[in-house]
Design a protein around this ligand. Structure first.
Ligand code: ATP
Ligand code: MG
Length: 558
């Protein structure tokens, strides 16, 4: 599809092919089905599928489903949909759970080689015995069990004779290793829990660090790409592949995670926001999930271009969300029809306009893409404009409506504010204006100039619509990240940084030619930005428009 620009992983792959170390490229995208995908995953998807594609290779979608307590079929389905929507086709659809029998047999092989043992220490004791970065660990008193005893206990673990946590299988490596990951890591644990794929067949489950390298090796993955937090696990990854005598030996390569300002990205936190109803499901447009971005109105192309622009490197910085917004504006600029919508309506009566007259004015659908043609907009005696486009006592340099001032109505005429009507509370409820027939848009009128141009819709013909405007979900994201790494006794949690005003819902009006909009249709509302028809809340009578992004940007690509 598209090609990754040069980066260090690409260089490694190229060298491997040139030197004959590999004769093909096989990658995988390995999500754990314990939540929906987010834009960080999109980075991994673009890298894995994109690099394989660049070298005529293939990519599997593999569910790393080794923890039945947190995984669910709902997540499997959502992940498949999101990967497809992003525009990628996997070679094989695989599940780690398909390999449980083989993993079990490889564990037996380790036991037989004296490379693994059953431990009775509790989780807390294991942690205590592990030591620290400065101090070596301590060997478990059960480390010396005979091979026969280990084989017997492992089989009994599988047969369900032990409770959760009562016994584990551990690799026998080196309790004094400077790399803590090599201090006899746990390979298998007991978990009496039904699995979304294997049901009740198993009550022992392999740990990620054991399962992942085996999955890669079984599938013939050549380059196993993951994020840098797994760098310290690479020696263990290689140990597992080696000691389990896997024929195929994948190479693990790490790249830096993607982080974005003003949001949270970990599935644990996203799940909490969903479960505790801070948001309207995993596809809430305020979340950085793929499904949330889709519902907000992001396009797959914008996400792919954004991810590529962030590059592939070992470092992981925080990317400004403005950069993501830049790419969706770019993507929609030539395709989204222009239209006018009034979000917070204020009625205007044009007193010198004939009572029963309606004019159908001509307007371009997209001035940046003239091929999209023209549309008709009705104009008559009563219209709506934005409340914000009127001020009774304006400051200097306010060029929109105020008593005595004249403005241009986009695509129509100049109007002049003659009278302000208020209700009993003193609120402005209506303006009386006059229009100048000479000033019709497109007539070539040059008699005088006005400084403000505002949008409007015709009151009689306009259709009702709901608009949803979004602000960042997380405020002070940097401080939030610090609080997250602080002690658990810390009083603030990331939920304290949730922006209570992240969603504003308003009821307004749109042009009558929009009477047949469909979910995910995208428009640029004049002055307001790009909007997407919400697939969940829109009805025939009243479409709901999610603001994707406003028009202005302070962001400049380097
Ligand atoms: P999280 O920590 O957000 O819950 P995860 O790493 O636990 O995510 P997995 O389902 O294990 O989620 O991830 C699948 C793949 O996506 C892994 O290879 C992982 O490294 C990659 N990935 C996850 N988050 C990011 C990110 N922010 N940037 C780049 N790659 C990511
Ligand atoms: Mg994970």
């Amino acid at each position: 599809m598209e090609h990754n620009s040069s980066n260090f992983i690409r260089t490694i792959i190229k060298e491997d092919l040139e030197s004959g170390k590999r004769d093909h490229v096989m990658t995988r995208f390995p999500p754990e089905p314990n939540g929906y995908l987010h834009i960080g995953h999109a980075k991994s998807i673009v890298i894995n599928f994109g690099l394989a594609d660049d070298f005529n290779g293939k990519t599997n979608l593999r569910f790393d489903d080794t923890n039945p307590l947190k995984e669910d079929q709902e997540y499997v389905d959502a992940i498949k949909e999101d990967v497809k929507w992003l525009g990628y086709e996997w070679e094989d659809l695989r599940f780690a759970s398909d390999y449980f029998e083989e993993m079990y047999n490889r564990a037996i092989l380790l036991i037989k080689k004296g490379k693994a043992y059953i431990d009775d220490l509790t989780a807390d004791e294991i942690r205590e015995y592990r030591g620290t970065l400065k101090e070596p660990g301590k060997e478990s008193p059960y480390r010396g069990r005979t091979i026969e005893e280990n084989l017997d206990l492992f089989e009994r673990m599988r047969n369900g004779e032990f409770e959760n946590g009562q016994k584990v299988l551990r690799a026998k490596i080196d309790m004094a290793s400077p790399n803590i990951n090599l201090r006899d890591p746990v390979l298998y644990r007991v978990a009496h829990a039904a699995h979304h794929n294997t049901g009740d067949k198993w009550c022992i489950y392999p740990m990620y660090a054991f399962a992942h390298p085996l999955e890669d090796a079984i599938e013939g993955i050549t380059h196993s790409l993951c994020t840098t937090e797994f760098e310290d696990q690479r020696p263990l990854y290689n140990w597992v592949v080696e000691e389990c005598e896997m024929e195929h030996k994948p190479q693990q390569i790490e790249f830096g995670r993607l982080n974005i300002s003003n949001t949270v990205m970990s599935k644990r936190k996203l799940k909490q926001l969903v479960d505790e109803e801070f948001v309207d499901g995993w596809d809430d447009p305020r979340l950085p999930t793929i499904s949330g971005l889709r519902r907000k109105g992001y396009t797959p192309g914008a996400i792919r271009e954004f991810v590529k622009e962030t590059g592939v490197s070992k470092g992981s910085g925080v990317v400004d969300e403005a950069m993501l917004e830049h790419f969706v504006r770019e993507d929609l600029k030539l395709t989204a029809p222009r239209t006018m919508g009034v979000l917070k309506p204020l009625k205007i009566v044009i007193t010198n306009y004939p009572e029963d007259q309606v004019e159908w004015l001509d307007a371009e659908i997209n001035p940046e893409n003239p091929e999209m043609g023209m549309r008709k907009i009705p104009f008559s005696r009563e219209i709506y404009v934005e409340q914000d486009d009127f001020m009774e006592n304006p400051p200097k340099k306010y060029f929109r409506l105020f008593p005595g001032n004249e403005v241009r109505l986009k695509h129509a005429y100049f109007i002049k504010c003659e009278e302000v009507i208020k209700d009993e509370n003193g609120e402005v409820v209506e303006l009386r204006c006059t229009y100048d027939p000479e000033t019709k848009s497109g007539s070539g009128f040059t008699g005088r100039k006005v400084k403000g141009t505002i949008h409007w819709v015709d009151a009689k013909h306009a259709l009702p619509a709901e608009f949803r405007l979004y602000e960042p979900l997380i405020l002070n994201a940097e401080e939030e990240a610090e609080a997250d790494t602080a002690e658990e006794t810390e009083e603030k949690t990331f939920l304290d940084y949730v922006n209570k005003n992240s969603l504003e819902v308003v009821q307004g009006f749109i042009e009558p030619n929009m009477d047949d909009v469909k979910p995910h249709d995208k428009f640029q509302f004049f002055r307001h930005g790009y909007f997407n028809v919400d697939p969940n809340h829109s009805t025939k009578e009243k479409p709901v428009f999610n603001r994707i992004v406003s028009l202005k940007s302070s962001f400049k690509l380097k």
